[in-house]
Design a protein around this ligand. Sequence first.
Ligand code: ADP
Ligand code: MG
Length: 709
Amino acid sequence: MNAGFLQTPVAYLKGVGPNRAETLHSELGIHVYQDLLNLFPNRYIDKTQYYKIGQLQKSNAEVQVVGKIVHIKTVEQKRGSRLVAKFIDETGEMELVWFRGQKWIRENLKLNVPYVIFGKCNWFNGMFSMPHPEMELLSEHEKNIRIHMQPVYPSTEKLSNKGITNRVLSKLIQQLFIETKGSFAETLSNKILDELKLISKSEALYNIHFPKNQELLAKAQFRLKFEELFYLQLQLIAKNMLHKQKIKGFNFDQVGPLFNDFYANHLPFELTDAQKRVIKEIRADLGSNAQMNRLLQGDVGSGKTIVAVMTMLLAIDNGFQACLVAPTEILANQHYIGIKELLQGTGVTCELLTGSVKKSVRKPIHGLLESGELHILIGTHAVLEDKVVFKNLGLAIIDEQHRFGVAQRSKLWHKSPNDGEVGGATPPHILVMTATPIPRTLAMSLYGDLDISVIDELPPGRKPIKTVHRYDSNRLKVFHFIKEEIQKGRQVYIVYPLIQESEALDYKDLMDGYESIVRDFPQPQYQISIVHGQMKPEDKDYEMERFVKGETHIMVATTVIEVGVNVPNASVMIIESAERFGLSQLHQLRGRVGRGADQSYCILMTSYKLSSEAKTRLETMVQTNDGFEIAEVDLKLRGPGDIMGTQQSGMLNLKIADIVKDNTILKSARYFAMQLLKDDSTLEKPENLVIRHFYAELAKFKNIWNYIS
Ligand code: ADP
Ligand code: MG
């Protein structure tokens, strides 16, 4: 069947017409034959199995049983009555129950004749019972042609109101198979079909809609999931390869005096193996003539900053400027202070630019940037403003990228004036750093246009943070513990949630909490800082400063301290209403402690009321410190929909595959896509034409319908 035919508007299909077409379009997004063909069932009702009553499980599943009615009676209940039939086979007895249509049923049911019944089975009053079963005489049942595995399609209220029931959908799809004779163009190469022993496209489509048995259904599902993920990966990988061919980058071929001097004389510690490996990967990119677009993932505290610094030194060694952009002022400040200290005595110049930097300070910074005298600019979004122009920006680093949009990333591309190249300025190399680990295969799929490096090792000597869960009623004990830690010279964070929808309430919680802490930790023995989003930036900075310098013992805050803040002497993190935080946020917060040599603690405070999901989150936090493990659980709990970037990547438009559950298929799809492009990057070999055609078609039709709807 040629592909053009499948682009026929669905209104032309026998049994559809304009009204139904409209409903199919608005409710299920079905425009053309192809869309209907790709409307895959959510599940199947398995009528290949016949159960004995003695085999039934208390699982509320749909079952099919053969047996006889031996007795039938009406039972009066508070409101109305119910009809109850005693149904038996040679292994036991159960009840069939009707609340509606009792008269008709009573008159038509035959006693002591074999029936096949089908329906959901409940365990009720010490007996299995099936309300409103589908029933058929065994003698009829044996005569009829049966669809063994009945597909159940997605449904909406409007669909059923308009009479487009499951049965109708199934009929329409049958009609489609009649018109196409069930023959559909193959979309995978013979090589892939052979190697993975996949069934053909036509066979897969037939069995996904009308499975002959469980085994063929499983084969159909596997084949279609693989195909879907394969083409998604093919697109992502091709995009990445194209990017590398097309986008020329500055060539940093010098590993010059600054980098070497820093390595030999200024590095405050031995790099971990993971840090060394990542720096090597970055160096390879920077010397490759292509623009680097790299994502650096590393758990909180894994030491990404030093990697950033050494990458910036490579840029400066090659005569370029570099910038580092952070999502908050506090973080930018901290980077500025830390990096300035690291670079002391190296001759590298470094300035800070944030929203609260005064105009009088800003002006000269602009000048130094344009003249090229300034090597490194650290800042917030302020760096992205149009007024900020570099002489020759060669490298832009973005910290904690989940707070940055793609648009902002691309703004950085145009920070240097046109250098005379055809097609505009050469973009700077981009390094994006994130402490929110994304499971690796997912990351590869989401950020297909980024290469990925991972720091999977913490600096030596870190003691794992001890995490516990405590209920609000244990608060006194917790306060006692805090006092002991402060006695030892440690500092403590106490964090309150701040969720946009209940902001006013949250501030009240924070202020109430603050007051009670002030009462329990009286001055002058205890000094307490407070930081929240409604404070002026200078007040925030002042309070933060006091805590960083060790002048205050306790920092009461909302989640503004979530990312990046580094106070090695802080050893206790108390998270209030911890059940209200997501897993990755809890992990980020916990990462604020455990940065020094001392044993650190994280205490998750909650009320007794906990959803089962909240319980899982808390248990996960107590059990592990590993960010990647936490990310996996998070992904399973929330699904990919809530994870940044999934929307952009088309991952959510998947029709049959599920990137979490079908992770193994995803990996193999990625592998095959990669091998294919390595071997035949333009898909020109005759054996790959089938892939080339379908790939082009996907792109073509996808765009048309995106445009129309
Ligand atoms: P993050 O990856 O969370 O940004 P940082 O770069 O802030 O982590 O590093 C956390 C702490 O670990 C800092 O105090 C830093 O000086 C220290 N650190 C980083 N790398 C090492 C190392 N190889 N050995 C010892 N300490 C290190
Ligand atoms: Mg950091």
